[in-house]
Design a protein around this ligand. Structure first.
Ligand code: B16
Ligand code: MG
Length: 217
């Protein structure tokens, strides 16, 4: 039986990908090239600096100093933070709140495992920060997804064996991270991208909660 569920944040609890996209697109535009939604798909679940590297490769920009890269990433983040400061609980994705209620009712522990350094701000804005038994974000990890560290730390914080946890993810790198941690996983999004997950649903409101309860352990 599943004893803990670890939620990815961006793309599972709230759709911040659109705000990341606006900020990256603005940076690309300043640098003189187009950045499309298809390019943005490659940034999902990827850390800020790794995202910048992908963006620069799309624009064919090479040989920037570390200092210059930091400056660009900081600039993008400032724009992104301006967007997320306006996020409200109305932006919580369909199905998440009923699922949270169901898990608490069934005494299943809940955690967030996110690559984002802004996870705490976003969860506060959504009024959810007090709801979790553990929060592991981009400020705590040294290895990015698909490294399993973000999820193993969350399970450790909850005091649960990895095999008793299920990860819910929207990114391919996150599905791989869950599997490398020895955890079952639910993919939220397209089966073409998340086909390796144990269950794939288009959105959380399509998930069979009882199936989730029996997925691990
Ligand atoms: P930040 P997740 C990830 O969050 C996003 O999917 C990814 O697009 C972003 O680059 C990354 O967080 C870092 O975010 O710049 O706020 O630190 O999906 O792991 O919750
Ligand atoms: Mg995500």
């Amino acid at each position: 039986m599943t004893q803990g569920v670890i939620f990815d944040l961006d793309g599972v609890i709230v759709d911040t990908a659109k705000y990341h996209f606006l900020a990256w697109k603005r940076l690309a535009s300043e640098l003189g090239f187009e950045f499309s939604e298809a390019h943005n798909e490659r940034l999902k679940g990827v850390s800020r600096m790794a995202s910048l590297e992908i963006l620069l490769s799309v624009g064919g920009i090479q040989h920037l100093s570390e200092e210059e890269k930091q400056r660009l990433a900081t600039k993008k983040n400032q724009w992104y933070v301006e967007y997320i400061e306006k996020i409200t609980p109305a932006e919580i994705l369909p199905g998440f709140l009923p699922l949270l209620d169901f898990l608490k009712h069934n005494k299943v522990k809940v955690a967030v495992g996110s690559a984002s350094k802004n996870a705490g701000t976003i969860l506060s804005r959504l009024g959810l920060i007090e709801q979790f038994d553990a929060l592991v974000d981009g400020n705590r990890i040294t290895e990015a997804k698909p490294n399993p560290q973000v999820f193993t730390l969350a399970a450790d914080d909850m005091g649960l064996p990895y095999s008793a946890c299920v990860v819910i993810e929207d990114a391919e790198a996150g599905i791989e991270a869950a599997q490398r941690a020895g955890m079952k996983c639910v993919g939220v999004g397209s089966p073409a991208i998340l086909g390796n997950a144990d269950i794939v649903v288009q959105s959380l409101d399509k998930l069979n909660f009882n199936e989730l309860l029996h997925l691990a352990g």
